[in-house]
Design a protein around this ligand. Structure first.
Ligand code: 5AD
Ligand code: SF4
Length: 443
């Protein structure tokens, strides 16, 4: 007798790497409940969005998607909203999009199996929402990683910093770290499965506190990087306040720890940093940069910047521009300030027009492009190892990534040998661009 047809789900993810990795865990959890993932909404019984609310634009995306596919409700399809917008907006989502039957924040994902049963039983509105008091981590044995070569490991969830502009402490709750034993067990398990690159994840990885008291963050980094079979370890994101010299020392002494640090500065002006409640000033930030610059290995540094925070004057903005010159970043992510619910900055007067924020963003990005154009030239003539990520058939080039997180497009001698996707190759850089390098494989 044929069994019941398998239930299907479609999942789209918005936002940061934490969300991407949460989705891998959600997918694994749903599969363990007998669901099958499909790649179109049309084929799915259950349509899920894992959402981001870091800026207003990101938040609006999910409501556009929900409106676009509302008509599919008539076919009996169910909709669920997961992640940061779910946690932030809660049951208000049911009012705005009445065809949604499930709203679930990240701290409640372990309840997903129960929630699915309720939806299948015909319950109209199912919620999984947690306040900041939660101690729950979403550890699951069912993580369905999408890439077989490099993968994420969560080491800390939530954030206790409460920067004035940031919604994360409200959507992801208070900081809770996993034990170093559990992190190391997952790293060993990944190595056994053939993974060679691990990225340790957290909103603030360097606030990590081993609940068992065995390892500091720098010691955990080194221990993961010394796992047999693991060739590369990355970590993101770091907060300057908790960025200790021991992290730089670990990078110096453990070659499998990648020589790249993402250290969000947000502003180059001490006055604005204070208003942002960032807990460091320009000088303290530059001190951390100096530690990295004096390291025995060259460390590539990238950052995040917000322009147009309430009260940012032209002089403050100029300080951010001069900081870019002073540090010499290899990459930046820059954003216009976006007021967010619940955050302290929401109540600050925000007289800077959107047009002016756009202007500052464009000036900043233009300056950074010049810096990268200049800085990337230093790689010409160098040979580095890359992890091979794919092939661009159209251009006849392979794409790889260096330990410093630089993208290298490269060609191979006619007749090969050809690199394997997920493997490693040595590439000599021949040409540099602001955002990538071009080279040839060295045999
Ligand atoms: N507006 C603009 N950018 C923001 N970020 C966080 N909150 C906001 C906001 N309200 C940026 C910060 C952070 C990155 C992930 O997103 O630069 O580092
Ligand atoms: Fe947001 Fe600040 Fe926490 Fe980062 S450290 S997640 S910017 S509150």
């Amino acid at each position: 007798m044929p069994g019941e047809p398998q239930r299907t789900f479609y999942l789209e993810t918005f936002g940061c790497q934490m969300n991407v990795h949460d989705s891998e865990k959600v997918i694994g959890t749903l599969m363990s409940q007998g669901y099958r993932q499909v790649s179109t909404v049309e084929d799915a019984d259950l349509i899920l969005y894992n959402t981001c609310s870091i800026r207003d634009k990101a938040e609006q995306k999910v409501f556009h998607r929900l409106a676009d596919y509302k008509k599919l409700q008539a076919q009996g399809k169910k909709f669920g909203v997961l992640g940061c917008v779910a946690q932030q907006e809660g049951e208000k989502i049911f009012e705005r999009a009445p065809h949604v039957s499930m709203v679930c924040g990240s701290a409640s994902y372990r309840n997903l199996p129960k929630m699915l049963v309720q939806i299948e039983a015909g319950k109209q509105r199912v919620t999984g929402l947690d306040d900041r008091k939660t101690d729950e981590c979403f550890e699951t044995e069912f993580t369905a990683r999408t890439n077989p070569h490099r993968g994420y490991i969560t080491i800390i969830e939530g954030c206790d910093k409460f920067c004035a502009y940031c919604v994360v402490p409200f959507t992801r709750g208070k900081e809770r770290s996993r034990t170093s034993d559990s992190v190391l067990a997952e790293a060993r398990q990944m190595a056994d499965l053939g993974y060679t690159e691990v990225q340790l994840l957290g909103q603030n990885v360097n606030s990590y506190k081993d609940p068992a008291g065995k390892k500091s963050f720098a010691e955990l980094l080194a221990a993961v990087a010394e796992t047999p079979g693991i060739k590369r370890v990355r970590f993101t994101t770091s907060h300057p306040r908790d960025f200790g010299r021991d992290i730089v020392e670990a990078i110096e002494s453990v070659p499998t720890l990648c020589d790249h640090v993402h250290l969000p500065v947000q502003s180059g002006s001490t006055r604005v940093l204070h208003a942002m409640q960032r807990l460091y000033n320009r000088e303290q930030y530059l001190e951390r940069i100096a530690w990295m610059k004096s390291a025995k290995r060259e460390i590539s540094i990238t950052t995040d910047v917000i322009v147009g925070f309430p009260g940012e004057t032209e002089a403050d903005f100029e300080e951010t521009l001069s900081l870019l010159d002073e540090v010499g970043y290899d990459g930046i992510f820059a954003f216009k300030y976006s007021p967010r619910p619940n955050t302290p900055a929401l109540h600050l007067a925000d007289p800077i027009s959107d047009q002016e924020k756009s202007r500052r963003l464009a000036v900043l990005q233009d300056k950074q492009k010049q810096i990268q154009m200049h800085r990337n030239q230093r790689h010409v003539g160098q040979t580095v190892e890359v992890m091979v990520e794919g092939k661009n058939e159209l251009r006849g080039q392979w794409v790889g990534r260096s330990s410093q997180n630089k993208v290298l497009n490269f060609t191979v001698q006619p007749g090969g040998p050809y690199p394997a996707i997920g493997g490693y190759a040595r590439v000599r850089t021949t040409t540099s661009f602001p955002n990538s390098l071009l080279g040839e494989m060295v045999v």
